[in-house]
Design a protein around this ligand. Structure first.
Ligand SMILES: Cc1cc2nc3c(=O)[nH]c(=O)nc-3n(C[C@H](O)[C@H](O)[C@H](O)COP(=O)(O)OP(=O)(O)OC[C@H]3O[C@@H](n4cnc5c(N)ncnc54)[C@H](O)[C@@H]3O)c2cc1C
Length: 289
């Protein structure tokens, strides 16, 4: 299984051996827990991490069909970013103005929280907080950038959250042609996603969370999780299967998976980095090899 996973992505291929080795064997018969978490991606594992921090006595079992980090968490774009594909207006309509602002601030803070936890736990995840720059190369794009900045100011977010760049400032951040301006937000870091999710999985196991890899859940029923290896009874069951949710019994239409693909370049030379001009967001050499 380990060699197959290596072929999953650049990220799995560049994992150090100690992070690629399995963390926990399959479930061996029926078990009981306070919390059963189905899916060993970032959603399931961060849930386990913060629950265990909050109450070390909690008995938590994570059930993962393949290996922790097999899904998008271990092979995504590598951006820990606070960008969210819904406007604050839309969020406020779905909840309240206050809740929308608090969610946006929580997302901004979470970028730093990932870096803080990685540093305090001693995880090497190639963390570089370089932010996000969006370039405007047409008058319409420039107007959109201005409108976006003006709009977010009405929600109480300042320059420290989203900055409008003039042509010189934008060109200084990224070496593109015909730049008219753009925006910059600091709330984004590049990371090695497989290093993050595998380090997190190992950490939760070390904290006493029981991680069963190679254990596919067939159905989630109230207070009980069914697998081919046995059932897990738990008062609380967390479904953290994201794009795979439709494979669970009764969930065929719960969530429509949408796929996207990542491209990796060959390692860039110093000269190339200088031309591209994104040097301040440059990841450590391990991420590009
Ligand atoms: C190509 C791509 C690029 C992306 N880029 C970014 C990015 O740059 N930044 C960003 O923030 N987000 C990005 N995302 C989104 C992000 O990766 C996901 O939203 C996130 O990883 C979801 O985490 P998760 O734990 O919810 O799901 P997953 O990581 O998919 O974890 C679900 C886990 O559940 C397991 N599982 C599934 N079915 C079962 C079952 N029946 N029983 C037991 N276990 C099961 C799977 O094996 C998997 O390990 C990207 C996504 C993709 C696909």
């Amino acid at each position: 299984m380990t060699d197959d996973l290596r072929r999953l992505s650049l990220w799995w291929d560049t994992l150090p051996d100690e992070l690629r080795t399995p963390i926990g064997g399959p479930l061996a018969g029926d078990a009981t827990a306070d919390v059963a978490i189905v899916g060993g991606g970032l959603t399931g594992l961060w849930t386990a991490y913060y629950l265990k921090k909050a109450d070390p006595a909690l008995r938590i079992i994570v059930l993962e069909a393949e290996q922790a980090g097999f899904g998008a968490s271990g092979r995504n774009g590598g951006w820990a970013s606070a960008l969210f594909p819904a406007s604050l207006d839309a969020l406020a309509r779905a909840s309240s103005r206050d809740a929308a602002v608090r969610m946006k601030r929580a997302m901004n803070d979470t970028v730093d929280e990932i870096g803080r936890v990685a540093a305090s736990e001693g995880w090497d995840i190639d963390w570089v907080k370089g932010g996000t720059v969006v370039l405007a190369r047409t008058p319409l794009q420039l107007q959109t950038a201005k409108d976006e900045v003006a709009a977010i100011r009405t929600w109480g977010f300042g320059e420290q959250d989203l900055e409008l760049l003039d042509a010189a400032q934008a060109s200084e951040r990224a070496g593109a042609t015909d730049v008219l301006g753009g925006t910059y937000t600091p709330h984004c870091a590049s990371i090695h996603p497989a290093r993050l999710v595998r380090s997190l999985a190992r950490a939760v196991a070390d904290m006493g969370v029981v991680v069963h890899e190679g254990t596919r859940v067939s159905a989630i029923e109230p207070g009980i999780v069914r697998t081919g290896h046995g059932d897990v009874r738990a008062e609380i069951v967390v479904r953290a299967t994201e794009g795979y949710t439709r494979t669970l019994k009764g969930h065929t239409r719960t969530l429509a998976p949408v796929y996207s693909l990542m491209l990796a370049t060959e390692p860039l030379t110093d000269e190339m980095w200088a031309v591209i001009g994104l040097g301040r967001a440059r990841p450590s050499p391990t991420a590009g090899t």
